[in-house]
Write a protein that binds this ligand. Structure first.
Ligand code: PEP
Ligand code: MN
Length: 357
């Protein structure tokens, strides 16, 4: 439920309400606006009697939230969630604002020089955030599992070299603190969308989280997973549509375009599209990316590799940097047609600790 306080409510009225809510085992999300305080109650709302709350001192109105997800719902937070990730000293990258985010990089981190050179190429083509898997969730236990901590170190070096924030997948709750030392955004992969121990761990970390939709997850299930993260007070969640399983076999998955406007209606969280994993074939990535931007996505996540044939994973769906540059130019035109924009490539480098723009 949402409790709207009267404009003249006193501080002790707000405190009494918070105590009442916390005693019932629920958490509070406080938003102090101009002249009015609104208290979001997160938890099992059935424990709290809305009529009792509405009779408390200073309370103007109690609004129930009809959805099973609360903190993730638009009812709870009518405005879009917008936040900045990365190094604020060099501007950081705003997610959920008018400008779309362009996340790009290899499926797997393959080596230090390889990653740093590719990070520069992606940035010159228009990437604003670098992606790269250090711990890989492979279907086969015999497939390459990622460079692991060595890969995290290279990601941090690529961030240092380019100034771009970095996102990487985390597979295990025990690895969350280590991963946070190296990257800016923790990715929960499709295979782990409903791994509740992992969702709780990333929620508690307070780090921004990119939550991918699982192959078979409904939008409701996906938002309930976001709710796990938000329930820890971690509001910096980005949803990522990466295709779902249907009976089509020409593409790796089926991109659910309608998930974008549905999420925009049901939730305030930003949503990005991953047409690489959705299609599984590089030649379809651009078209699906443009469709996602037209449908209102807040950004794209694209797999890029200098030699896709030689990639250690997902080469078939990876774009060469020059093709990614073309995708960015086309995405910009579509974004502008729907009142958004894609920033021009900004190459940021540090030389002897100084940021060069
Ligand atoms: C990835 O982004 O590298 C990945 C493994 O994607 P997904 O979890 O969507 O399959
Ligand atoms: Mn991949």
């Amino acid at each position: 439920m949402i409790v709207v306080m009267q404009p003249q409510a006193k501080e002790e009225d707000v405190k009494a309400l918070i105590t009442r809510v916390e005693e019932a085992g629920c958490k509070v999300h406080l938003s102090v606006g101009v002249g009015r305080t609104v208290i979001g109650v997160i938890g099992d709302g059935t424990i709290i009697d809305a009529r009792q709350i509405s009779r408390m001192e200073g309370v103007e109105n109690v609004v129930p939230i009809s959805k099973p997800y609360k903190a993730a719902s638009r009812e709870f937070h009518p405005g879009d969630t917008v936040f900045t990730v990365g190094d604020v000293a060099i501007g950081g990258v705003t997610i959920g604002g008018n400008e779309l985010v362009m996340i790009a990089g290899p499926c797997s981190v393959e080596g230090r020089t390889h990653l740093i050179e590719l990070a520069h190429a992606c940035q010159e083509a228009g990437a604003t955030i670098l992606r790269g898997g250090a711990y890989k969730p492979r279907t086969s236990p015999y497939a390459f599992q990622g460079l692991q901590e060595e890969g995290l170190r290279y990601l941090a070096e690529a961030r240092e070299a380019t100034g771009m924030p970095v996102v990487t997948e985390v597979l295990d709750p025990a690895l969350v603190p280590l991963t946070c030392q190296y990257v800016d955004i923790l990715q929960i992969g499709a295979r782990n969308m409903q791994n509740y121990a992992l969702l709780n761990a990333v929620g508690k970390s307070g780090y921004p989280v990119l939550l991918k939709r699982s192959f078979s997850g409904t939008i409701l299930e996906w938002l309930m997973c976001a709710e796990y993260i938000l329930s820890h007070g971690n509001n910096r969640v980005i949803l990522c549509e990466r295709g779902i399983r249907a009976n089509e076999t020409e593409t790796r998955n089926t991109f659910d375009l309608s998930a974008i406007p549905v999420i925009k209606q049901l939730s305030h969280l930003p949503i990005v599209a991953d047409p690489s994993h959705a299609t599984g074939k590089w030649e379809y990535v651009g078209a699906v990316a443009r469709g996602a931007v037209a449908a209102g996505a807040d950004g794209l996540m694209i797999e890029v590799h200098p030699q896709p044939d030689m990639a250690w994973s997902d080469g078939r769906q990876s774009l060469k940097p020059e093709r990614f540059a073309q995708l960015v130019r086309e995405a910009r035109l579509v974004a502008q047609a729907v009142g958004r924009d894609v920033p021009r490539p900004r190459v940021r480098q540090r030389v002897n600790g100084q940021v060069q723009m």
